[in-house]
Design a protein around this ligand. Structure first.
Ligand SMILES: Nc1nc2c(ncn2[C@@H]2O[C@H](COP(=O)(O)OP(=O)(O)O[C@H]3O[C@H](CO)[C@@H](O)[C@H](O)[C@@H]3O)[C@@H](O)[C@H]2O)c(=O)[nH]1
Length: 254
């Protein structure tokens, strides 16, 4: 397991026992995902063994009691934490709050429905920590990636159209800017906070559009799986919010 030598030195100097924080914070926005919480935790536990991690679920007061399930797990394992937001909704803003409450130098964002492949998490940390990338994106649109888990051909059409639109506004070439699965240096997000819109579903695109200097980005292929349980929250409102988010950045730049 990776432990930073800086933290060890510091604690040797202080002469007391060390309990270093996690290397990776995994942020899970969730709404009505009760049945997916424990399977996701178990999957992460199995997949991520080389780095220490914490798993932060950010729930917007789901009617199905998702947060109770998160807190039940948190009682059994201190690597699990839950943030309950009341009176607010939104994937992107939930992710931002999760990142703000995290402590690792690398944060990963993934869906709470098992559509993202947890086996990619270690590789994401590897490329950021060892190869100097700022961001590693789980991509359905590079060789080896696959988008077959999207629920319908209508969703596929929307996703492809969204990607084409998004790419017009990016200075860095990203094949899957609509992905909800990525890892990033935490300090890059913190520096971007004044420019992030936090609107809607597309936090990766929001983050990419907030950059003043092109970040060093790598896309890693993954197979987008079918949902484990429950339903997608994608609706007409999400499309409107997508347009609002793009407009927000265009207005800021003008
Ligand atoms: N806290 C919170 N979480 C939310 C909200 N809306 C959705 N989520 C959570 O965000 C994750 C993704 O939401 P889904 O509703 O499952 O998204 P999707 O339609 O399957 O969209 C997927 O495909 C997109 C690419 O086309 C991805 O961008 C997106 O992240 C997701 O992977 C899930 O864990 C879901 O519970 C919300 O208002 N609040």
């Amino acid at each position: 397991m990776h432990v930073s030598s800086a933290s060890l030195q510091q604690d040797t100097h202080a002469g007391r026992e060390v309990r270093p924080g996690p290397v990776l914070s995994i942020i899970i926005p969730c709404y009505n995902e009760r049945g997916n919480v424990e399977p996701l935790f178990r999957a992460v536990e199995k997949a991520v063994t080389r780095y220490s991690w914490e798993l932060i679920f950010v729930d917007d007061n789901s009617p199905d009691g998702t947060i109770d399930e998160v807190w039940r797990l948190a009682q059994m394992d201190s690597r699990v934490r839950g943030i309950l937001r009341v009176g607010r909704r939104g994937l992107s803003s939930a992710v931002i709050e999760g990142i703000l409450s995290s402590s690792a130098s690398v944060v990963a964002v993934m869906d709470g429905d098992m559509q993202h492949d947890e086996c990619l998490l270690e590789q994401m940390v590897d490329v950021i920590e060892q190869q100097g990338y700022d961001m590693a994106i789980g991509s359905r649109h590079v060789e080896g990636g696959d988008n077959s888990g999207l629920a319908s051909s209508w969703r596929l059409f929307l996703s492809n159209a969204g990607i084409r639109i998004a790419q017009c506004f990016l200075s860095v070439r990203v094949r899957d800017p609509m992905s909800g699965f990525f890892a990033v240096r935490r300090d890059l997000v913190v520096k971007s906070l004044p420019r992030l819109s936090g609107i809607g579903f597309k936090i990766l695109l929001d983050l990419l559009m907030s950059q003043q200097v092109a970040p060093k980005v790598i896309e890693l292929p993954f197979v987008f799986r079918s949902r484990h349980e429950g339903e997608s929250k994608m609706g007409r409102k999400v499309l409107v919010q997508f347009a609002q988010m793009i407009s927000y950045h265009m207005l800021k730049k003008s």
